[in-house]
Write a protein that binds this ligand. Structure first.
Ligand code: COA
Length: 445
């Protein structure tokens, strides 16, 4: 069977930065450690006044196409995943294709375009759609462009405000991929939940504490479903486990639960018995509450063990490096986590070809998906081509007062003229609105 997976990836961050410890925490009169240690975030990326989901997506896609030497005819499908769409009918993919057609010879008239929605899991679903399209033999030798793009802004004062972010991830899904081969091993955990939603409104309604519980419950279900296909998982069976990362603290919780699940009835549980005892079994407890208390106690001990810390530092922590600096990018978040891990591996000289990844995506509302991937031979060259760190270092560092103004400038309900903070160069920019209230764009040399 021909390998199908992600051939190339590009990441585009919003060009502004809100520093959580230096700028946000003091203005909120809060301890910076709540953000840096508790949530695990250092900063959020923000879009400048001329940036939005279209410009960030188109700019990521253009860099990817240029780098891979692609022309529009090479692309048979453009899917955009977003929770920040501004139109209930016309998909963002048409706007992005329109931008790209302005700078390339040829067009995307024979490419199937769409927009995927299921909160933060939608880009993973789009990659899945592209995989299935290629596997079904309907791609005519062409590749699919999947773009995850979001401006993850919360209402001012919402607890989610500290976890904002803005950016896009463009991925090329193709045969014989250079980065990762996607496997058929996959599991789902899906249920009708009310944890985070945007009923025709720009900023989300969030039950933050509940969303954390729902994330963990659905992720656990997805792992159990994954195991019915792939067999029992073992923590050492994967080089990295990139999770959807609304904030790194969320992943810390998911990783601990996952480790406990994977080590149950294994040599690792046996090895740890002398130090922290065996995992509580439900049958040994009179009621659910007593069982849960025992589990919590076990987990508190487990996370302090060297065995867990070593595994976490090797398998999970490298997936969080990028996220710490950019915040939540909704649909792009889990794909940023994968890139973060691969980049760390390249920087530390780790050999990865043929190693497996377990990727855990999640979307509120709610659905988790877990699937396995195999790192392809060309991964190092691909990941080294990312200029993400340079983009991060070029971000404009907002003061709290500037942050307030830029938040207002992106608020659909406020009319606010604001000078840009950075100078656009070699990129697509938002220019205003056309006669049917469509958004308009141009390429700035
Ligand atoms: N030093 C170290 N840690 C600190 C701290 C300090 N001074 N102050 C607080 N913390 C820790 C808390 O103990 C907590 O960690 P824990 O969950 O491991 O106990 C963490 O920082 C967050 O503090 P908390 O008081 O719970 O923050 P909050 O009430 O402002 O809200 C969310 C946190 C996640 C609920 C909020 O950011 C949110 O609504 N986010 C959007 C929704 C979301 O991302 N959901 C995730 C699933 S998709």
């Amino acid at each position: 069977m021909t390998a199908v997976g992600i051939d190339a990836i590009e990441i585009r961050t919003g060009k502004l930065k809100l520093d959580l410890a230096e700028t946000f925490a003091p203005a909120k009169e809060e301890d910076p450690k709540k953000y840096t240690k508790g949530l695990g975030l250092e900063a959020s990326s923000f879009p400048d006044t001329y940036e939005d989901i279209v410009t960030m997506g188109a700019n990521a896609a253009k860099r990817l196409m240029d780098r891979k030497g692609l022309v529009p005819d090479d692309i048979g499908r453009i899917d955009v995943a977003t929770e920040s769409a501004f139109d209930n009918s016309k998909p963002v993919s048409t706007y992005i294709a329109g931008c790209l057609e302005d700078v390339y010879d040829g067009d995307f008239h024979h490419a199937n375009k769409g927009e995927r929605k299921f909160a933060c899991v939608a880009a993973t679903q789009s990659v899945d759609d592209a995989y299935n399209w290629i596997r079904a033999g309907r791609n005519r030798g062409r590749a699919a462009l999947v773009i995850a793009t979001d401006t993850a802004l919360y209402a001012r004062g919402d607890p989610g405000e500290a976890t904002q972010g803005a950016g896009a991830v463009a991925m090329l899904v193709d045969e014989e991929p250079s980065l990762v081969e996607i496997s058929t091993e996959q599991g789902y955990g899906s249920a009708d939940e009310t944890d985070f939603l945007k009923p025709n409104q720009q900023f989300p309604s969030v039950d933050g504490k509940r969303s954390v519980k729902v994330y963990l419950a659905r992720m656990r279900e997805a792992l159990e479903d994954f195991e019915t296909v792939a067999g029992r998982t073992h923590p050492d069976g994967f080089a990295y486990i990139p999770f959807h990362t609304p904030f790194p603290g969320m992943v810390r919780k998911a990783a601990l639960l996952g480790f406990r699940h994977m080590t149950r009835n294994t040599d690792i549980e046996d090895d740890l018995e002398g130090e922290i005892g065996r995992q509580p079994r439900q049958d040994d407890y009179e009621d659910w509450d007593a069982y849960e208390d025992a589990i919590r106690e076990y987990m508190d001990l487990l996370k302090e063990t060297d065995r867990y810390e070593t595994w976490y530092n090797r398998t999970i922590d490298p997936t969080l490096t990028f996220s710490r600096k950019v915040g939540n990018w909704y649909t792009g978040s889990v794909h940023v986590a994968r890139a973060s891990a691969l980049k760390t591996a390249a920087e530390t000289g780790r050999a990865l070809s043929g190693e497996r990844l377990l990727v855990g995506s999640y979307g509120s509302g709610a659905q988790a998906e877990m699937h396995a991937e195999t790192v392809a031979d060309g991964w190092r060259e691909e990941i080294e081509a990312l200029d993400f760190k340079e983009q991060l270092s070029r971000r404009y560092d907002l003061s709290f007062e500037e942050y307030g103004r830029v938040h207002d400038a992106h608020n659909h309900e406020k009319e606010r003229e604001l000078e840009e903070f950075t100078v656009p160069s070699g990129e697509f920019v938002f220019t205003g609105w056309g006669r049917m209230n469509e958004r308009t764009y141009e390429y700035v040399e």
